[in-house]
Design a protein around this ligand. Structure first.
Ligand SMILES: O=C(CO)COP(=O)(O)O
Length: 253
């Protein structure tokens, strides 16, 4: 709660957030959701849940996306590596959860990632397959909405360092290219997670839309530094896009 209080204060006034360039979110454990949601009410901090079940029940002990929506939650994390490894989640169960989250009008944050360190192009193929298996069925059935994809190489979670910059670039660029499709909102995005911390976004910001942070944002001061970087990265990307549009206009003339 102390962390949440500091983060809410930070994002309320930070220019990177008030300008609309950066969209911060926090995903606390279920037991803290209500309190964090109350703290964040009226602030730009969006609140997510770490998991949800795919139906309303009766499924004793499970929490459905519709219940989370009533609670003020707007994001639901689906298919985190720990859920896949320790709780038997498969692409099929992830797909059912994505469908239920979209049906409840919430945004699924779909986690994908290759289990072992290896070739970046092979990793890109693997995660695009995971993405398709996770969101394809819901979109194919006519669901619509925004999807956030968190690319988390399993071998880089809880590690000393994130995956190498070139690896992240290759995989996230491929995911960005694979993402647009009918039914998917145009503000759908690709985030990188796995030992992400200060300094990373400045290096890879042209290849990703954001970060999915764990341990290295547990210090609010580090979160603040990353927010600064996110603001500068957003400005740099806007400038680059404006330059490209101007060059395109000159060529057209
Ligand atoms: O999986 C993650 C967050 O859920 C990543 O955690 P770390 O950044 O601590 O490796």
């Amino acid at each position: 709660m102390a962390w949440s209080r500091e983060i809410v204060e930070l994002v309320r006034t930070h220019p990177a957030v008030t300008s609309g360039a950066v969209e911060p979110f926090a995903i606390p454990g279920f037991l803290s959701l209500g309190e964090v949601e109350a703290l964040a009410a009226g602030s730009p901090l969006r609140i997510g849940a770490q998991d949800a079940f795919w139906d309303d029940g009766p499924y004793t002990g499970e929490v459905s996306p519709r219940q989370l929506a009533e609670y003020g939650v707007s994001l639901v994390e689906v298919g985190h590596a720990e859920r896949r490894r320790l709780f038997g989640e498969t692409d099929e169960t992830v797909a059912r959860k994505v469908d239920a989250v979209l049906a409840a009008g919430l945004t699924p944050l779909v986690c994908v990632g290759e289990p072992l360190e290896g070739d970046a192009h092979a990793a890109a193929e693997e995660v695009i397959r995971q993405l398709e298996a996770s969101i394809g069925p819901a979109l194919g059935a006519g669901r619509e909405g925004r999807v956030l994809v968190a690319y988390e190489p399993v071998w880089a979670i809880g590690a000393a360092e994130p995956a190498p910059d070139a690896h992240i670039r290759t995989v996230c660029s491929a995911l960005r290219e694979a993402l647009p499709r009918p039914g998917l909102a145009s503000d759908s995005a690709v985030l990188y997670g796995g030992s992400a911390g200060p300094g990373l976004l400045t290096r890879i910001g042209d290849a990703v839309d954001g970060l999915f942070l764990g341990r290295f944002a547990h210090d609010p001061e580090a979160f603040g530094r990353i927010l600064e970087e996110a603001g500068s990265t957003a400005r740099a990307c806007e400038d680059a896009a404006r330059g490209a549009r101007q060059r395109g206009g000159e060529e057209a003339r």
